[in-house]
Design a protein around this ligand. Structure first.
Ligand SMILES: Cc1ncc(COP(=O)(O)O)c(C=O)c1O
Length: 503
């Protein structure tokens, strides 16, 4: 990297919203660029005045970082001539503990360098297409529930209870499939709340939907097989599929859900991945006719349907809808769900419900591949469900999110009237605000991020973003009621700045 592109490289990586002081971020980024030889020995770094100006930060900050790097031997400064990358950089610094605690994870290396180093083709493709956001909390992070409302006292009572008496059976590796107690509690819940037909033995506990999909595609397909995915669909599972070597065939959705054309139907896939209760991210519900058609097609063509039921507990105004799995009479559906949205994402507990004939293979494979554990958390969770806390938490959160959704819709209507309609808002944790055709929704999202607001561009969920409709995914669940309207106004400023017709 030439010194002249250094400022851009740094500007893309400095994150004012991640809670880390700019001084520390800049220091670490420069160390990293020098250690990776992206800034080769002898390179003259920009003056502190110029770099401060280009990054929009205080000159003192840059001066202090340069002084620190001089002390550490990364750069040397020659009076009157400037600051230069030293001939040999100390290489023990990356990952070393620093004064403020254990080492923070180093920033990912610039892509070309990663690819050059060691990544396989699929690894490089995964990283290049990665969609994960650095921020996972705050206005308007889609898909994140309000974790501050989690009944922490109940959880900590259960936690203490299980740790008071050490139980080796809960601290060792998990038998394939997970803790029987949790599988029983879940079977009851899924039968009554989601109309899922299952016995506890058909349930396999995983770390969430990502892992459930990973396990299902590994066991039911081979590299090169075709999987139908909805277009648009969740980027996370798309990544899981690509790494498994599957070929995704994006299938358009309409108001009734996934809508394969005659051409699609003529080439049956091995698997399909659908979100029937709440299409992600657009929010429609798959019609009964479409459900029947898919099940019949899957039966006739021997394909598997993976049903991702990630957030269907949250419907405002109507009862939660029954699962597709509940209509399946020929054992074609693999149902996947998660406690990530109902409790908290960091819990990392999810589950699959598989046809009876596959249950044992899935349990064995899960243990073979992932060497599972977390039985203690599973025991706590089973008791949490059995004592009724799970359903009452969902009930409470449904009311809260319904109010937040309305507050957001009101704020949007006040600012834009009908000009920017919202879709998919009657369920889930986010809604989609449509932007005028041709709008660069990535630019709008970037402008919002510069104002400390996270939204996701809708086009990024489509197989061909350049041809996709434009919009923003706005998550309201994790934003306190009183912050929604002000945060929306900040977002609207970003929209107006990018779309002159609204300014
Ligand atoms: C459609 C969809 N499926 C799955 C997930 C991830 O679920 P988990 O956290 O259980 O892996 C998400 C997360 O936002 C999602 O939106």
């Amino acid at each position: 990297m030439r010194a002249s592109v250094l400022s851009d490289w740094l500007a893309q990586r400095l994150d004012r919203g991640n809670g880390q002081p700019i001084y520390r971020q800049l220091h670490r980024l420069l160390q990293q660029a020098i250690l990776s030889r992206e800034l080769p020995a002898g390179t003259k770094v920009p003056s502190s005045r110029l770099l401060a100006q280009e990054l929009g930060i205080g000159r003192n900050t840059v001066t202090q970082v340069y002084e620190q790097l001089v002390l550490e031997g990364y750069v040397s400064s020659a009076t009157g001539r400037g600051t230069f990358v030293a001939d040999s950089a100390p290489d023990e610094i990356v990952g070393a503990p620093d004064a403020e605690g254990p080492a923070a994870k180093p920033e990912p290396l610039p892509l070309p360098l990663q690819a050059k180093r060691a990544l396989s083709t699929r690894g490089a493709r995964l990283i290049a297409g990665a969609g994960v956001s650095k921020r996972q909390w705050g206005a308007f992070m889609p898909g994140v529930p309000d974790v501050t409302k989690f009944p922490a006292r109940v959880w900590s009572r259960l936690h203490n209870k299980y740790w008071r008496r050490l139980r080796p059976d809960l601290l060792t590796y998990a038998p394939g499939g997970g803790l029987a107690l949790l599988r029983h509690a879940l079977a009851d819940y899924l039968r009554t709340s989601r109309s899922v037909r299952c016995t506890p033995e058909q349930i396999i506990i995983t770390t969430g939907i990502h892992q459930s999909v990973d396990l299902a595609v590994r066991l039911l397909s081979d590299p090169g097989d075709v999987i139908w995915t909805e277009d648009p669909c969740y980027w996370g599972v798309r990544s899981v599929l690509h790494v498994s070597g599957l070929q995704s065939r994006p299938i358009a959705v309409d108001e009734e859900g996934i809508n394969p054309s005659a051409d699609d139907l003529a080439q049956p896939p091995k698997l399909m991945l659908v979100t029937p209760s709440h299409q992600y991210p657009l929010g429609m519900v798959m019609s009964l006719a479409r459900r029947r058609m898919l099940l019949e097609y899957a039966r006739q063509n021997q394909c598997w349907i993976i049903e991702d039921d990630y957030d269907s507990e949250y419907r405002y105004g109507s009862r939660p809808l029954a699962s597709l799995q509940g209509l399946d009479t020929s054992g074609q559906v693999i149902y996947v769900g998660s406690f990530g949205k109902t409790l908290f994402p960091g819990l990392r507990i999810g589950y699959l419900v598989v046809p009876e004939a596959l249950a044992e293979s899935f349990a064995t494979a899960s243990a073979e591949l992932y060497r599972e554990g977390q039985l203690l958390q599973q025991a706590m969770l089973a008791e949490f469900i059995a004592e009724g806390h799970f359903t009452s938490h969902i009930r409470k959160m449904r009311t809260l999110y319904g109010q937040r959704r309305q507050t957001l819709l009101d704020a949007a209507a006040q600012r834009y009237g009908d000009a920017l309609p919202a879709v998919g808002g009657d369920a889930g944790l986010h809604l989609v605000m449509q932007l005028p055709e041709g709008t660069d929704d990535r630019a709008v999202a970037a402008a919002a991020l510069a104002r400390n607001i996270v939204v996701r561009p809708l086009s990024g969920y489509y197989a061909q973003p350049s041809l996709a409709p434009s919009g923003l995914l706005i998550g309201y669940a994790c934003v306190p009621d009183e912050e929604i309207a002000p945060a929306f106004n900040t977002l609207a400023d970003a929209i107006d700045a990018t779309l002159p017709q609204f300014a």
